[in-house]
Design a protein around this ligand. Structure first.
Ligand code: ADP
Ligand code: ASP
Ligand code: MG
Length: 407
């Protein structure tokens, strides 16, 4: 008998049939003798719909009101899920994030969990009920409703699993696990049975949407075993766990694409100490999330600096760069919206030289120009043109033979 926290994403609870299927699944788990706690996302595309509504109503969107609005999506889903459970004879009880004991900071629209006071949820389990907790939300230290950000339901589930000492945190989604690359882009992508936290973290940092990055960080810190699996076929999925030192490390395990960033280039920058420091300090102070940075070799005391930022931060970044340009007499500030970042990830690259060379040769052989490069110990990322990203993912997946490897 196990205690399982089971989280269901938007597509997994998109309509009444899906909700009833989840209820049937919970019934099967309970018959097997397991205790279940559910965490549920908003149905289908509801979060996007609420965000769209807000933008149609007003240009003024205070974080406090946005959080009150967005969290309504999950609240609706937990009530319906509890009713579906009642219909199959399971006593269930829905909870908002606040009722489930999620205390957060006051950073609206992207709040961080400070503490989970899970007593109420524990009591419900002990009484034989199934708690159904609204994902991605809590109550701030100022007693306002907060939203944990996009994909935050994964983090809710992990935090709850940790607070309850659950045997596993199961993230049910619309694919059957973590794949060697997005199975919707490359049909030969393979499901991994197991992946280490380190590799999973690099994959999510490189742009893999599943599981949400903060949830992987939390699970790693709190040693919560994660199981990413399908809410459609119910087959076993991918376990994210500590690295097994006895296991042979694959050189490359995954290829990840990210289309969420834009590139900014400041040209004709005087090459003297302090310029980059000051520019990036200002960007940081304005909460601009800078990812890759490249500075060219200076010629005649002048250089170019390029960096990437999420599309959402681009306007702020451009404003700051323009002010800096005028101040230091740089030539221009340019933005490129149409970039893609493609990354290869694998712990085995630490002890296998030649991965970068193979990656660059493969892109070159396919006429794909590399605009920027960055690396970590177990990841190599290249910025390329957006419209070549799918092809780049495909050829890299092929060259590293990820379609043939058993993980
Ligand atoms: P949920 O809403 O269930 O939390 P998401 O929609 O956020 O799930 O993420 C699931 C999606 O992630 C899948 O539909 C899949 O297309 C995409 N995806 C991208 N890369 C991968 C990968 N390497 N492995 C699995 N899924 C991936
Ligand atoms: N519904 C929210 C979102 O789409 C939270 C979540 O699903 O994790 O981002
Ligand atoms: Mg999601």
């Amino acid at each position: 008998m196990a205690l399982l926290v089971q989280k269901f994403g938007g597509t997994s609870v998109a309509d009444p049939d899906r909700i009833r299927e989840v209820a049937d699944h919970v019934l099967r788990c309970r018959r097997r003798g397991d205790d279940v706690v559910l965490v549920v996302s908003a149905m289908g595309k509801e979060t996007d719909e609420l965000l769209r509504l807000a933008s149609e109503v007003s240009d003024v969107r205070p974080g406090r009101e946005m959080d009150m609005l967005i969290t309504a999506g999950e609240r609706k889903a937990v009530a319906l899920m509890s009713m579906a459970l009642a219909a199959v004879g399971i006593e269930a009880e829905s909870y908002t994030g606040s009722q489930a004991g999620f205390v957060t900071d006051t950073n609206h629209t992207n709040a961080k969990i400070l503490e989970v006071r899970a007593e109420r949820v524990k009591e419900a389990i002990e009484a034989g009920r199934v708690p159904v907790v609204a994902g991605s939300q809590g109550m701030s230290t100022a007693r306002d409703v907060t939203f944990l950000g996009r994909g935050g339901s994964d983090t809710t589930a992990v935090a709850l699993a940790s607070a309850l000492g659950a045997d596993a945190c199961e993230l049910y989604t619309d694919v059957s696990g973590v794949f060697t690359t997005d199975p919707r882009v490359v049909s030969t992508a393979r499901k991994m049975h197991r992946i280490s936290f380190d590799e999973m973290l690099e994959m999510t940092a490189a742009g893999c949407p599943k599981p949400a990055m903060r949830s992987v960080e939390y699970a790693h810190r709190q040693r919560v075993p994660l199981h990413v699996r399908s809410a459609f076929t119910w087959e076993p999925g991918t376990w994210v766990t500590e690295e097994d030192p006895d296991m042979e490390q694959a050189v490359i395990r995954a290829v990840v694409a990210d289309l969420s960033e834009a590139k900014v280039t400041v040209t004709g920058v005087p090459d003297r100490p302090g310029i980059a420091a000051n520019l990036f300090r200002r960007l940081a102070d304005a909460d601009v999330n800078v990812d890759m940075i490249v500075q060219n070799v200076a010629e005649g005391g002048i250089t170019d600096i390029s960096f990437t930022v999420p599309h959402a931060d681009l306007d702020r970044a451009l404003e700051i760069c323009e002010a800096k340009r005028a101040e230091i007499g740089a030539t221009s500030v340019e933005a490129d919206h149409e970039i893609g970042k493609v990354s290869v990830i694998g712990a085995g690259m630490k002890s296998n030289p030649g991965v970068a060379a193979t990656m660059f040769e493969t892109l070159a052989d396919n006429g794909i120009n590399i605009e920027m490069i960055s690396t970590s110990a177990i990841r190599i990322s290249c910025v390329i043109a957006e419209d070549q990203t799918d092809r780049a993912v495909q050829v890299l997946h092929d060259v590293f033979e990820l379609d043939k490897t058993e993980f």
